[in-house]
Design a protein around this ligand. Structure first.
Ligand code: GMT
Length: 375
């Protein structure tokens, strides 16, 4: 089967899921064509079954804004025709489902068509998709998809509440390739902390929904009771909140390490003791699952789909959004009890194995086969 994957190329949940899915399909012999504005961050382009088609946006002095969606739909139409694709899979409704619908219309003019699967990832529904500038087009393009999938039960519920959806939504959860998380040597731990210190970690795109101010406050509270360090991985607009916090807390400057975007995320997660995810919204929480795959328990909010991934008292702890005090107390409890920490690390890994690629990939393959057979 030849599949076209339409996704964001950036570090960020939807692009990572699309890339990992495409690579897993390519390893199984599918021909996978990525269509995006740049080479997706984790894509292994050396795989002979993987093709990459860059969307080029032609600039012109008349344009106040570059018409990316037009260039995208033209590229989709072109790739479907040139490579005789069998199916399109759009990750994130805006603009991918919308542009794929337009490409389908162009194909129909020539008596052709191609099935379209749209996977909803979260902010395309709960945040950006709610804006009046996008809402009607998002609802329309989701309904025009031949198959709709959602990455969690929570996101399915939100989608049905927030939009008038005329089709069934299948839940196929996000997944993790545990083979990529083979344990590395512990010796690098001393790059970040001394033997008697614990390591807390936060990984995100540092947008307001991630509530990095809570991460910092939790660390401040924990550090007052447990010798510890905080690692923050990622870049984004709320970096300023971190800088301001450090200006106000000069005693913590040497204890907070800002690593930006890193390639060896797994290695650093494996050195950590607790992952903090106090998000305002989270359709699934792929970052938490990655932490668990690296045997790191999670202290999180109970937003959106997080409770489907992080299990209270088993793989970590959850509290209501913004309850910094409870998250701090849970972190202190966990980091002060080595037996509890060891047990939760084990539980976290077991949970990650439930979401292993080998369990979820067949669900995507079955869904593709059903989509094709009913098209
Ligand atoms: O969390 C983000 O801001 C990135 C965003 C994305 O669309 O790339 O992540 C969303 O999709 C991920 C993959 O399905 C989910 O694991 C994240 O929970 C979800 N983020 C939100 O809902 C805020």
């Amino acid at each position: 089967m030849k599949i076209g994957i339409l996704c964001y190329p950036t570090y960020g949940g939807s692009g990572i899921v699309a890339t990992e899915l495409g690579m897993a399909l390519a390893n199984k012999g599918y021909e996978v064509h990525f269509i995006s504005s740049a080479l997706p961050a984790r894509l292994d382009i050396t795989n002979p079954n993987i093709f990459f088609h860059k969307v080029n946006v032609q600039t012109y002095p008349l344009f106040q804004y570059q018409p990316y969606d037009i260039a995208l739909s033209s590229m989709i139409y072109r790739v479907v025709n040139l490579y005789k694709l069998d199916l399109l899979h759009a990750h994130y409704a805006i603009p991918y489902a919308y542009a794929a619908f337009t490409a389908k219309q162009m194909l129909k003019e020539e008596g052709k068509d191609i099935p379209l699967v749209t996977t909803l990832h979260g902010t395309d529904i709960t945040l950006v998709g709610q804006h009046p500038s996008y809402k009607h087009a998002v609802e329309f393009s989701i309904n025009q998809s031949d198959t709709i999938t959602s990455v969690s039960e929570s996101l399915k519920k939100d989608t049905l509440q927030l939009f008038k959806i005329t089709k069934d939504i299948q839940v196929i959860t996000n997944f993790i390739d545990n083979d990529e998380f083979k344990m590395v040597s512990d010796c690098q731990r001393n790059h970040f902390a001394t033997k008697d210190e614990k390591i807390l970690i936060h990984v995100s795109n540092l947008r307001p929904v991630k509530r990095v101010q809570d991460v910092l406050q939790i660390f401040k509270n924990v550090n007052a009771k447990v010798k510890s360090k905080l690692i923050i991985i990622g870049e984004g607009p709320d970096m300023e909140i971190i800088n301001e916090f450090l200006e106000d807390h000069p005693d913590l400057i040497g204890k907070v390490r800002l690593l930006g975007k890193v390639n060896d995320l797994y290695k650093i997660l494996q050195l950590s003791d607790v992952f903090l995810l106090p998000s305002e919204q989270e359709s699934f929480g792929l970052a938490a699952l990655e932490a668990m795959a690296a045997e790191t328990p999670v202290i999180s909010s109970n937003a959106g789909g997080i409770p489907e991934v992080n299990i209270q008292g088993e793989t970590g702890y959850l509290t209501e959004i913004g309850n910094v005090e409870a998250m701090s107390n849970y972190s202190i409890k966990l980091l002060s009890d080595d037996n509890l920490l060891a047990q939760m690390k084990k539980n976290a890994k077991e949970q990650a194995l439930r979401f292993d690629l080998t369990n979820i990939l067949p669900l995507y393959e079955k869904m593709y086969a059903e989509t094709l057979s009913t098209f």
